[in-house]
Every structure is written in C-alpha cells, then in structure tokens.
Design a protein around this ligand. Structure first.
Ligand code: NAD
Length: 500
C-alpha cells in the first residue's frame, strides 16, 4: 500500500519516507490507508519551495492575492460535501459538524479576502518640514502551521488564509491522524490560481515539526494542540528566533446562576459538552451550579436529554446521530481511564459511558456520554483536560466560589455564565481570567474578524489567531521617514527637524 505523501510546489509529492503511520476510520476501527511521516529531507524541500515562491508571491498585489482567496472560497463551498465526508471518515465527527467546521474556516477566508483594507498601514503628513512618515505592513516570509486532529479543516484555515493574504508563503504540518483534508485544501488553492510553492503540506510527526522549528528560513510558527506540545513548540521556536503563537489545551467551565433559564442551560450544555464527542478545545466540560437546587434540576434535565441521544458513525446513516466516535482506540481508552479515575476519586457517576457498544460499529472508538455529579476541584477529572464526552457538575454556594474555581484553574481558554442578571454577567466578563467569555452563549468562539485565543496555559505568545491579531502576527512593520523638499530647489535644507 503506498502511503499518502505531501503537497509541495503545486503538486502531490509521493512519500519517500521509511516511516509511516496508519490512518483509521474511527467509526469502524478499520485502517484506511497509511500516511508517510516525512523525513527531514522532505520537509526541507517544502521549505525551499516556499522560500523560492516568496520572492514573487510577496510582490503580487494584495487585491490579486484576495481574488485567489475569493475563488478558493467558492471552490471549498462547491466541494463542501466531499470535504465534510473526508473529515468525518478520518475524524469521526458527524457530517453536519464537519460542514460546520468548514463554514467557520471559510469565515476566516472571507476575512482574509478583505486584506487590501487590512494592510493599509499608517501615514503621518508633515512630521517635520517637508517630511512625511508612514508604516508598511510587510510579510514575514515563510511561515509554518502545525495543527491538531480535532479540526482538520478549520484550524489550518485559522492560519494559512491570513498568512498568504499578507504575502507570506506557508508550510502546513497537519495532524498525522487525519492528514487528507489539508492536501485536498492545497489542491483547491492551486485550482483557485495560487502559484506553486505558496502553500505546501508536509505530513509527519515530531521529526518534521522539529525541522520547521529550527530552519532559519521559517520566520513564524503557528501551533494549535495540547499544552505540553504547545509549550515545547513555543520554547524551541522562540529559541530559534521565530515569532510564535502556540495555542494549547483547555478545561472550560459554565457557571449556572439560580436565575438562569433551566431549559436554555440544558440545551446549551448538551451541545457544548457532548458535541463532537467532547473533542473541542471550546467544549464545556464542567458546569458549576450555584446552590443544590440548581444542580439537582440540571442533573435531572441532563439525564433525560442524554437518554435521548443517538450515538453512531458520523456518516452513512439515514438519521444523523448526535455524536460520533473518538479519534483513536488509545484516546478512547484514555477517556475511559479518566472515568474510572473519577469514580475512584469519589465523584458520583450519574450516567456511565463505559462499556458502550454501537450495534453495527462494534469496533469503533465509541465512549458513551458520561455525567458526573459532586466533582470537587483537585480531582484529576477536574484538573486535567479529558477531551471526551464527559461532563462534570461541581456544586458551590456562591458566585464568588465559582469564579475562584475558574480563576485558579491552570487553563483559561473559554468560559460561560448563564444568568438573567446583567450586573452579574458584566462582572463575570471582567473578572474571569479567561480569554473567551460567553454570556448565555456556551461556546463563545469569536467570529473571524475578531481574534481567537485563551489565557494562562491555553496560549503561549502574545498574539491570538485570525482577526486583527492574525494580521499582526503574519506581518512586520517597517516605518519610512521621507523628505521631499518642496520643488527640490537648490539649497534645500536636508537636516532633520530639531526637537523643541
Ligand atoms: P497534539 O499536541 O498531540 O498534536 C498537535 C500537533 O503537534 C500535531 O500536528 C502533532 O503531529 C504535533 N506533535 C505531537 N507531538 C509532538 C512533539 N512531541 N513534537 C512536535 N510536534 C508534535 O494535539 P492533538 O491531540 O492533535 O489535539 C488535541 C489538543 O489540541 C487538545 O489538547 C485540545 O485542547 C487542543 N486544541 C486547542 C485549541 C485551541 O484553540 N486552544 C484548538 C483545538 C485543539
């Protein structure tokens, strides 16, 4: 079986690596194909092509760069069903969810289509006699992106549309667990008219990542994945002089105030906790209830809703399930271990997702929706990111107790509060030490024209993804001070204006 290769200089480059990894269908457990884990030589070839392409791409006018992205957007839209099927077959998420991630990715493409407006820079007239000053937003050069398995289309699309719109060239290293989507997006970019070498895909693992982190031709590195790897990427790439944004893991809490609408809370939590089998960095994995009455009602409502959930393969059924499988057998086992751990630590297991079998998909990596009550801060199931369909309910007496739990947690990606009280909501938005806040919105993912990023150990580096920060990340500023003496007359004074 030939292994999936790379996409370099406008075409598929067959894998030349002696190392390969299996790519499974998570719904069946079957190995679908293998992906080559690129060698240093293959990775360097991608970088060399991106470097060569930068010379011409950086000179293409922003308007013409945007026109290619407009065409790319149309192509992704017209191929959305095929792409969503591909995503679901390698990731396991349900088809409508896969289409949803394409939509969120396309919103970043739409944002990047406005690049002529976003690259206008600044201009000051007459900073001195006959002297003007202006700032230019220059591209960085060759940029690299390293992405996780859970959004094989959206997370790369957080990165490369903005990078290439700004005049950079790009080397993408997708997750080896679902490597096909980036290759397909690269083909669509080429079909849209993107010159060869501007966008390249290198499939691989740590070996190729380490090459990208050290190669002096790479100017900027965008990473999204787990916190230990984000920390490693940040430290290594910074040490090698690169600009870095490294987004890490999460543990997102939702505060349920006594005045919140119970029906709204439960429907929001069902999607936020169990959607995409909990494999979302913005999933809500902890509900903090203020008072026992709120918690009792919520547990009761959640139990009823969970009993109605349909779980199964993400594609191929007449009625789409609510939730698909997890990404790999190892990851499903890790989630099951966390459930065992929660039981051993004394949390109350209300709905048990262990020993969960989907008829007809007995070998798929399914874990059933799981609900814990009486979870206490300090338990591992509260401290650590589970990244599965496991929701913990924590009971506290006051809003201040809830806020302290959130602010003391090591992660600070997203959080939400459900309340009808504007004063409480406003305080929460200001006081929570978290990067993205939802008020009666369970998954507060900023739109493409805002920036996405967490605080604390959910993000290393000062700049968030896409939106204004994305443009800042993929450009560097140059400031020109220019004197054009009026009429360039003989005897003009060329000395700098003196400060008074
Ligand atoms: P991961 O950290 O295992 O892998 C991410 C990428 O890093 C992959 O491309 C992988 O090949 C590469 N990688 C893995 N180990 C490496 C190593 N030792 N050296 C260099 N590169 C390495 O993450 P994952 O399991 O693919 O994704 C899930 C994680 O991503 C979760 O923790 C989730 O919270 C996080 N995530 C965060 C955000 C966010 O916006 N903060 C968004 C999506 C996912």
């Amino acid at each position: 079986m030939t292994a999936l290769g790379n996409f370099i200089n406008g075409q598929i480059a067959p894998s030349e690596s002696s190392r390969v990894a299996p790519v499974f269908n998570p719904a069946t457990g079957a190995e679908q194909f293998r992906v080559g884990l690129s060698s240093a030589t293959e990775t360097l070839t991608a970088v060399a092509n991106a470097e060569a392409a930068f010379l011409t791409w950086s000179k293409v006018t922003p308007l013409n760069r945007a026109r290619i992205l407009f065409k790319f957007k149309e192509l992704v839209e017209s191929n959305a069903d095929e792409l969503a099927t591909l995503i679901s077959s390698e990731h396991g998420k349900v088809f409508s969810d896969a289409k949803g991630e394409l939509t969120r990715g396309l919103e970043v493409v739409e944002f990047a289509c406005g690049i002529p407006h976003l690259l206008k820079g600044e201009h000051s007239l007459n900073v001195g006699r006959d002297v003007d000053s202006y700032s230019l937003m220059m591209p960085m050069g060759v940029c690299a992106g390293i992405s996780p398995f859970n959004f094989p289309a959206m997370v790369p699309m957080w990165m490369f549309p903005v990078a290439i719109a700004c005049g950079n060239t790009f080397v993408m290293k997708p997750s080896e667990k679902n490597p096909s989507t980036s290759i397909r997006l690269a083909q669509l970019l080429t079909e849209a008219g993107l010159p060869d070498g501007v966008f390249n895909v290198v499939n691989g693992d740590k070996e190729s990542v380490d090459v990208l982190l050290k190669d002096p031709r790479i100017q900027a590195v965008s990473f999204v994945g787990s916190t230990p790897i984000a920390e490693y990427i940040y430290a290594t790439a910074c040490k090698n002089g690169k600009r870095v944004q490294a987004l890490g893991g999460a543990k997102n809490h939702m505060v349920v105030m006594p005045d919140a609408d119970p029906a709204q809370v439960v429907s929001s939590l069902m999607g936020a906790a169990y959607g995409s089998a909990g494999e979302r960095c913005m999933a809500i994995s902890v509900a903090i209830c203020i008072g026992d009455a709120v918690a009792d009602k919520l547990i009761d409502n959640l139990e009823k809703e969970i009993s109605k959930m349909r779980i199964g393969p993400g594609i191929g059924l007449d009625i789409e399930p609510h939730m698909g499988p997890l990404i790999t057998r190892q990851h499903a086992n890790k989630v099951l271990e966390y459930i065992n751990q929660g039981v051993n630590e004394g949390a109350k297991l209300v709905v048990d997702g262990r020993n969960f079998v989907v008829t007809g998909s007995e070998n798929g990596y399914f874990v059933g929706p799981t609900l814990f009550d009486d979870v206490k801060p300090g338990m591992r199931i509260h401290q650590e990111e589970i990244f599965g369909p496991v929701l913990s309910v924590v009971r506290v007496d006051t809003y201040d107790d809830a806020l302290a739990i959130i602010n003391e947690h090591e992660f600070g990606n997203g959080t939400a509060i459900f309340t009808r009280d504007g004063d409480t909501a406003r305080q929460f938005a200001e006081q929570a030490q978290v990067g993205m806040i939802g008020i009666n919105v369970p998954i507060p993912v900023p739109m493409a024209f805002h920036s996405f990023g967490g605080w604390k150990r959910s993000l290393f580096g000062p700049l968030h993804m896409h939106g204004p920060d994305g443009v800042r990340f993929y450009t560097r500023m140059k400031t020109v001070t220019a004197r054009w003496p009026t009429g360039l007359r003989a005897g003009a004074d060329f000395s700098m204006p003196t400060m008074k």
